[in-house]
Every structure is written in C-alpha cells, then in structure tokens.
Design a protein around this ligand. Sequence first.
Ligand SMILES: [Zn+2]
Ligand SMILES: [Zn+2]
Length: 531
Amino acid sequence: MTNKQVANKFKLLGDLMELLKENPFKYRSYHNAYRVIRAQPEPVIEQSLEELERVKGIGKAIADKIHQLRDTGTITTLDRMLEQTPPGIVKLLGVKGIGVKKIATVWQELDVKSPGELLYACQENRLVELKGFGAKTQDKLRDQLEYYLATEDSMLYAIAEEAAVNCMNLLMQSETIVSVHFVGDLLRQNPIVAEIELAIITDDVRDAAEEIAELGFESDGDISSHPEIGDFVFHLISDEDELEVLCELPPDHQVLTAYSSSDLVGIPYHMQELTTIEYLKANPSALDQVITNEEIKGCIHNHTTDSDGSHSLEQMVDQATINGYEYLVISDHSRSAFYANGLKEERLLAQGKSIDQINANQSDIKVYKSVESDILNDGSLDYDQEILDQLDLVIASVHSNLGMDELKATQRLITAIEHPATRILGHPTGRLLLARKGYPIDYAKVIDACQANGVVIELNANPHRLDIDWTWLNYCIKKKVMISINPDAHHRETYTHMRYGVLAAQKAAFPRELVLNAKSLEEFEKWRSNR
Ligand SMILES: [Zn+2]
Ligand SMILES: [Zn+2]
C-alpha cells in the first residue's frame, strides 16, 4: 500500500465525518493526517507505532489506524461511517467542483443522494436557490457531473495494467492455461481503459473455466470479478489463430471501417488509429523510427522537497543516476504557486548553487537548473528576466485560474510561448484524466505558436495527465514541433511514469528524432544553448 493510498483512506474518513457532522476536532485531524502521510518520503505502512507517533500530525490514534489498515485492510471507524452514508454520496466526494459542505447541503436540502440525481437537479435549475450556490456554480457543476458520469466506469491505463498483471499472475497458477494476453483497450495502449480484457489460451476451455472459478473469480455475464484484484472480461480460446481474431477487433470507440484489413498488415495494433494509419501509409519507413522507452536518455521536469516533492534534490539526483539517465532537469514550482510551496527568488538561486555543487562533485549525470514557472493570468512568467537568465531552461505551465474559455486560454498560452525564456510548454490543457477536463484550447494555434518560437511541447507522462493528448501528436509531426516526454516526478519512484508517456506517443507513431529527451546529453546541450 502506497502512502497515497493510505492517505486517501484518511481523507475519506475525514470527509465522511464532516458530512455526518461528527466532532470537528476529529475530522480536521484526519484531513491533516492526509496531508502529512502524503508528504512522508518512506512508506508509512512499514513503520512501527513508535516511529509513526514521532511524526508531527500523526499521533497515537492515527498510528493505530495505519497499523489496523496494514493488518486487516480496513479501518473500523471508516467502515462505520461508510455504513451510515448512501453509496451515491460517497461517489459525489470523488466529483471535482463540489466539496463536503456543498454535498451536505444538497443531501439535506434537496434529498440528492447520487451524482445522477445531482445532475438532474442542475438541469432543473434547483441549485441556484441554495445557500453557497449560484448560477455559475451550477453550470460548472453540471459540466463536471456530465464528465464524471461519462467516465465513471473507466480507469486509467496504469491502474488497469497493474490489475491485469496481477490477474495474469494468478491465472497462470492454473494448469490448463497456456498463456494470457492483453486485448481491447490495454492492447491499444489507450490512456483510459473501459474494460480490462484478457485473452486466455487453454488446452481445455471447460477445465479452464472451472479452475478460474476455483481461483476465486465469480462470473456474471461477460464480467469475471475477483474480490481482491477487480473486474475482468476473459476470452477463453484454444489457439493463436483465435487470438489474432480477438486482437484485430477494434474497441468500440474506434471506427476503422475506412480501411480494409489488408491495409493494416504490419501496423501494430496500438497504432491502428485513423490518423496514424494514414501517416504510416504515406511514410512507410516511419514505423522504424517510433520512440521506445529504452531510447529515453534524459529526465526533464522533476520536483524536490524545495517545492512540493517528496524527496530532496540529492535523493532525486541519486535515483536518476541509478535509473541510468544521462541528464536530469530539476523544475520546482515558481513563487506564485504558494499552495505548492513555490520558490521565491532567493530559494531558487540557492537551489541553483546546490546544483552547481552536485555537478562539480560528480560526473555520472548532468543536473540542470530549471523552474516550472506559473503562467500568470495575463500569460506572463513568474520571475523577472534577470532571474530567468540564471536558469538553464524554463518550463512554463498553467496552474491557476483554470476556468477560462478557449479564446482566453489559447491567448494566455501563446503569450507564454512567445516569452523569450520559455523553452517547454508544460501540460498544455491542465487536464486530469477521469477527473477534470482541462481548459479548452485551440490546439492548432498553440502548436503553430510553438513552431514559430522554437518551443517544445510537454507530453506530461503522469498517467493522470498524458497531456498533450496523443491525438494532436500527428499535427506536431507535420509541423516538426518537438515534444518532451516528462514524468513531472514528485517522488523518486515516479521517474518510471515516463513509460506511460512513451506508450501514448507510440499511438501516434511518434518519431524519436522529435523527442527532446531522447537526445544524448551532447545533443541536448546543443539544443539548450542554441536559441
Ligand atoms: Zn505542473
Ligand atoms: Zn510539475
């Protein structure tokens, strides 16, 4: 169990207690525990009671609950709160744009008990009368709820993949199962997965079905559920030919009817998307140029404890060295990002000195001084030119005032792209997959501006973001605009998120020559010093 997972249990506990109007002192302490646990550099689940109690903000009661969670997989107080709350209300806690207080209000005043009911109430214009709501809040909430309901049963690729791998390991204990393969959304490397589909090759379909039941799977129609690892769609088949047929079946959202199957020969399944097929047919040699995870040489856009990361500069450098990167770019948050402990000028310059020292003392990896500068409301960057000049490169990202229309958002980004210090545009839409749509932008205009100004676009590889969306990479290729596949690591273990970015880029058959961090240190240095 990761710290984030443990922390989320306390957040839920705090939210439910607040919702059920329990003692405010208690729920505040759980909300505080959520923040404290998330910020711990080591797994709390592995620590003794004494160690936990020494952490400020944890204390005995919370330490006990962490151990209870470790030993039993649950917290009894949390279970008790869950029993008293309608399941639809618990779901509402996961909808962006409505907090605990507002949920309590709609539950109490309108008897709304689920996201669907709340959407209906928005459509009926019933929220505007309530205290703390207005027409604007209602409009925003309606958008959020529509998005939530459309994606409710889906999951992030990273989550689906982990469950699929656990499932495969369990299935392989069966003697009649020969092999298990990804099909459907996982095979297609889609950032969002609707169903985890696995093809199971077996010598004996009937025996295999029985053994699967013995392994703890319960089937209901197409779905096989396991209490610990989740829901799956199994296809029991007897040979590789049948596997091929299953792999060729495109997931529902894809319309490939314009192509005959002979057009698709030789194109990997995850690249069988309309724009990618067209690109590959026009450029047959492009298939050999597609970026792979092994070709990533540098790690750009990473945070440390100087802003909101979990590990120190030194720890981040050590881990990047172990991972074998040739260079590491440290880009903590800038001064306006107060919620993320953004760096004021003096702290940024002090960090630069520490980086100089690290570079002077070792030659295993080159560390670069950078910042993830907030793009302010008017599109300007967060520091004066004099400060920006002292950095090796600047990443510019939007983190505040996300509720913009397309015109405003596009202009804000273009102003930042035109700033002479900007080298990389961070997560262009600010979206969080399955949680937040992100502000609307005119992609073509933003990409054109990057081309005109020699700015690289980030493909933020955090599986929650994968922003820029891969469907716009084809346009980047056309315009010869480079992307940088960045982990946006806030933890030394999440450098590996880079892989999810590569998987998304592969869907567009994106060429390695246009990936900034596939450059060797020497080439990267040439790009950096060449404005
Ligand atoms: Zn950011
Ligand atoms: Zn960041």
